[in-house]
Ligand binder design. Structure first.
Ligand code: GLN
Length: 245
C-alpha cells in the first residue's frame, strides 16, 4: 500500500489555527484512494532527518514562535533544506510561513530568525492586525485555482526573489499593500491562509499530495474525489468574503 510520510513540526507550539485539520484532510484524501499517511511529530530539541515527503509547520503566538525560532535553525534547518532541495513538500502556514523565510521581527522589536527557505522577510506592524477572510488567485502545477481562507497577523511580509502564492482578490495578503499573498518555489508553500486551509481548498490538498506521492516514488496521479462538500465550504468562505465563485 502506498504511504506518504509527513513530519509535523512543533505540533505543541505551532498548531493554533486548526493545523491538525490540515493534516486530517491529507490523511483522509489518501485513505479515500486506498493509501495511508504516516505522521511523525517533531518538537523542541528533536532533530529531524530529510527523508519525509511532507513537512508541515503551522501558526503560533509570538511567544511560542520565539521558542520555535531558536530551535528550528539548530535542530531542523539542514534537514529541511536538503529535503526540499530533493523535492519534498514544505507547507508553512502563518507563523510557520514567517519562519520559513529569513525571520520575523515582533511588535516588541525582538528578532526571531527564520531558516531562509523562502526569500521573504517579516516585520510586525504597530498598526492594525491584518484580519479577515481572504480570496486569492493562485497557480498550482500550471492550473489556475482560487483559494480561500482566513488571515490574522501583525506581520507584514515582503518578498525578495520568490513569487507570491497568489494574487489577492479580497483581503490583505502579505502586507496589505502589494496585492500578493504567500510565497512559493519548488514544492515549498508559505501562506497566511488558515482556518484551516485544506478542508475548503481540495485542489491545494491534492497538489500537495501529488507532489508528496511523487517524492515517495509512487504514482502521483490522483483519482478525482466527490468534492461536493468541500466545494460548498469553499463557496461559503468565498461568499463570506464578498465574492462569489
Ligand atoms: N505572530 C505572527 C503575526 O502576528 C503570526 C501569527 C500567526 O501565526 N497568526 O504576524
Amino acid at each position: 500500500m502506498s504511504t506518504v510520510r509527513l513530519c509535523h513540526l512543533y505540533p505543541a507550539e505551532m498548531s493554533i489555527y486548526a493545523d491538525r485539520g490540515n493534516i486530517a484532510v491529507l490523511r483522509r484524501r489518501l485513505e479515500w484512494r486506498g493509501m495511508t499517511l504516516e505522521v511523525t511529530g517533531a518538537g523542541l530539541g528533536e532533530p529531524i532527518d530529510d527523508t519525509f515527503d511532507v513537512y508541515y509547520l503551522g501558526g503560533g503566538q509570538d511567544r511560542d514562535q520565539e521558542v520555535v525560532a531558536a530551535d528550528l535553525g539548530p535542530t531542523k534547518a539542514d534537514a529541511l533544506r536538503s529535503a526540499t532541495d530533493d523535492g519534498a513538500v514544505f507547507l508553512a502556514v502563518c507563523g510557520g510561513y514567517q519562519l520559513a523565510g529569513h525571520g520575523y521581527t515582533g511588535v516588541d522589536g525582538s528578532r526571531m530568525p527564520g531558516i531562509g527557505l523562502l526569500d521573504v522577510d517579516t516585520v510586525a506592524s504597530t498598526g492594525p492586525r491584518l484580519i479577515g477572510d481572504v480570496i486569492i488567485d493562485a497557480e498550482l502545477d500550471g492550473v489556475h485555482r482560487r483559494l480561500v481562507g482566513f488571515e490574522n497577523h501583525a506581520g507584514r511580509t515582503s518578498l525578495g526573489d520568490v513569487r507570491p502564492l497568489g494574487r489577492v482578490v479580497h483581503g490583505h495578503g502579505n502586507d496589505g499593500a502589494s496585492g500578493g499573498e504567500g510565497a512559493t518555489r519548488d514544492h515549498i508553500i508559505g501562506t497566511y491562509l488558515h482556518g484551516p486551509l485544506l478542508p475548503k481548498n481540495p485542489a491545494l490538498a491534492d497538489a500537495v499530495l501529488g507532489w508528496a506521492l511523487g517524492h515517495a516514488g509512487h504514482d502521483a496521479a490522483l483519482e478525482p474525489l466527490d468534492d461536493a462538500l468541500e466545494t460548498r465550504a469553499h463557496a461559503v468562505a468565498a461568499s463570506r468574503a464578498g465574492v462569489r465563485r
